[in-house]
Design a binder for this molecule. Structure first.
Ligand code: NHW
Ligand code: MG
Length: 389
C-alpha cells in the first residue's frame, strides 16, 4: 500500500524492515530552531487554525462535542469513544504541557470547530536512552471533511509546534497500520456486566451458554481479597513513583516518570483515573498498586442503552501480592464502580492474568509508533511498558 504522506516522513518505512545496517535511534538529526518554519502550514481557504484553551469550559465543550460525534469507532460502527471533558482536561494538561500543542481547525465563516490534534510532552525511554517526546493523540477530522488530506496538514502543524520546543520525537498509537509499528498489541475484554454487553452487541452469548450461566461465569466476589488495599493518596506519590520506576525499568519502551508525573497521571480523579495501593498492615510500606482509567463509549443505535462504561487497565505493579489476585481485586473495584467491561492490552505482564481472569481477546489491534526514532526490531507486546490514552 502506498502512503503518499507517510513516505515523506522520518518514520521507519516498510521497505527498510529487516535492514540490519540501519541503527537504532533518531532518523533525522535535530535542526537549528531558526530552521523551523515560524508560520503555520496553509489550510484550505475556508478554514483557520485555533489554539484550544482546555482551561476554558466553552472550548473544552467544543472539543468534547467534536470528539463525541466524530472520533474513533469500532469496525462495525456500533460504538464510538466518548472521552469525558474531565478526562480531556486531565490527558491534555500534564506537568509542563504546552497550550500551543492543543490544535484545532475552525470554519472561518462560522467558527465551528471541525478538526483537532494534540501533543503532550513526555520522557520516554527506549532501551537505555531517555528521549523527550510528544505523545500525539485525539487526531480527529469531522466526518463531513474526511478524505481531503486534512490529516497530513494537522500532523505537520503539530510537528512544527513540537519542533519549536526543541523536541524532535513523538509516540502515538493507532488502530490502522501505518509505516511502521514498533509493536502491535491486542485488547482483551473482561465482562463485568455480561447481560448489558450482550444486549448492546458488544459480546455474544457463547456456544451452549445460557444468559444465566454466563452471568454466573463472570460473577465476582462482593469485596476485594487483598489486606491493606486502599485508594491511592497524595502521600503515596513517592512510594508509587519508586515502585513504578523499578517495575518499568524491565521494559524496552516505557515512560520515565518522576513524582510530578505520578501525581498527575496516577492520583485518583473521579471518573477519570482510579488507583489503589496495597499498604502492608505490618510495615505500612506500599508494596503493590493497580490503576485503570475511565473511557466510556457511546452506543450507537440501541433502544435501551446509550453509554458503555469501560475501565482500561493502566499501570499495575505487583511486588508482594500475586498479580492475579491484585488484578482480580481491580475487577472487583471496577464492578463496584458500575463499569460494564474491563479492558487490558496484552502489553507488560498482562498475558499472565488475561486468560485466567476470564478476559477474552478483542478483534481490534493497537499499533504503536515512534516518529523520527527507529527501533531496530519490532518488540513483543510483553516488552512494551507504555500505555497511551
Ligand atoms: S489514532 C485515532 C485517529 N482518529 C480517528 O480514528 C478518528 C476518526 N477518524 C478521523 O477523524 C490516535 C479521520 O479519519 C482521521 C484521518 C483524522 C484519522 N494516524 O485527511 P485524510 C491518534 O490520534 C493518514 C496517522 O485524507 P481522513 C494518533 C493516512 O494514512 N495518520 O484522511 C494520531 C493518509 O496518509 P497516507 C493517519 O480520514 C497520530 C492520510 O492520513 C491516521 O480525512 C498522528 C489521509 O489523510 C492516523 N490515525 O483523516 C501522527 N489515519 O500517507 C503523529 C489516517 O497513508 C505523528 N492517517 O496517504 C507525530 C507528530 C509529532 C512529531 C513531533 C516531532
Ligand atoms: Mg481530510
Amino acid at each position: 500500500m502506498r502512503h503518499r504522506f507517510w513516505e515523506t516522513q522520518p518514520v521507519g518505512q516498510f521497505k527498510d524492515a529487516g535492514d540490519t545496517s540501519l541503527s537504532e535511534g533518531p532518523i533525522e538529526p535535530p535542526a537549528p530552531l531558526s530552521a523551523v518554519k515560524s508560520e503555520p502550514y496553509n489550510l484550505p481557504a475556508l478554514y483557520e487554525w485555533t489554539t484550544c484553551d482546555m482551561d476554558d469550559e466553552q472550548t473544552c465543550a467544543e472539543v468534547y462535542n467534536l470528539l463525541t460525534n466524530n472520533y474513533v469507532e469500532d469496525d462495525e460502527n456500533m460504538f464510538r469513544f466518548n472521552y469525558s471533558k474531565e478526562f480531556l482536561q486531565w490527558a491534555l494538561r500534564p506537568p509542563g504541557y504546552f497550550k500551543a500543542w492543543h490544535i484545532g481547525v475552525r470554519v472561518k465563516a462560522t467558527k465551528k470547530l471541525v478538526a483537532f490534534i494534540t501533543g503532550v510532552p513526555a520522557r520516554i525511554r527506549v532501551r537505555d536512552e531517555v528521549v523527550r517526546m510528544a505523545e500525539v493523540n485525539f487526531l480527529c477530522v469531522h466526518k463531513r471533511l474526511r478524505s481531503k488530506r486534512l490529516a497530513p496538514v494537522m500532523i505537520k502543524e503539530v510537528t512544527r509546534r513540537v519542533h519549536l520546543e526543541n523536541i524532535w520525537q513523538a509516540a502515538y498509537t493507532a488502530g490502522v497500520v501505518l509505516p511502521t509499528p514498533f509493536t502491535t498489541c491486542r485488547y482483551w475484554h473482561r465482562s463485568l456486566n455480561p447481560k448489558k454487553l450482550i444486549d448492546v452487541g458488544f459480546s455474544r452469548l457463547g456456544a451452549r451458554m445460557t444468559m444465566s450461566r454466563t452471568i454466573r461465569l463472570y460473577k465476582l466476589p462482593g469485596s476485594t481479597a487483598t489486606l491493606g488495599l486502599r485508594k491511592m493518596e497524595l502521600r503515596d506519590v513517592p512510594a508509587v513513583t519508586r515502585l513504578l520506576r523499578e517495575y518499568l525499568s524491565q521494559y524496552v519502551v516505557a515512560p520515565d516518570l518522576d513524582e510530578n508525573d505520578v501525581e498527575h497521571w496516577l492520583l485518583p480523579l473521579e471518573n477519570v483515573v482510579e488507583s489503589f495501593v496495597v499498604e502492608s498492615p505490618e510495615t505500612h510500606e506500599v508494596t503493590d498498586f493497580f490503576s485503570f482509567y475511565s473511557l466510556p463509549s457511546s452506543i450507537l443505535n440501541n433502544q435501551n442503552y446509550s453509554v458503555l462504561k469501560a475501565a482500561y487497565s493502566y499501570y499495575n505493579v505487583a511486588k508482594k501480592t500475586p498479580l492475579l489476585q491484585l488484578m482480580n481485586d481491580a475487577l472487583i473495584v471496577a464492578k463496584q464502580k458500575d463499569y460494564d467491561v474491563f479492558n487490558a492490552l496484552d502489553a507488560m505482564h498482562n498475558e499472565t492474568f488475561l486468560k485466567e481472569l476470564k478476559f477474552g481477546p478483542g478483534d481490534g489491534q493497537l499499533h504503536y509508533y515512534l516518529y523520527n526514532y527507529r527501533v531496530r526490531n519490532a518488540l513483543r507486546p510483553s516488552e512494551l511498558g507504555l500505555v497511551l490514552l
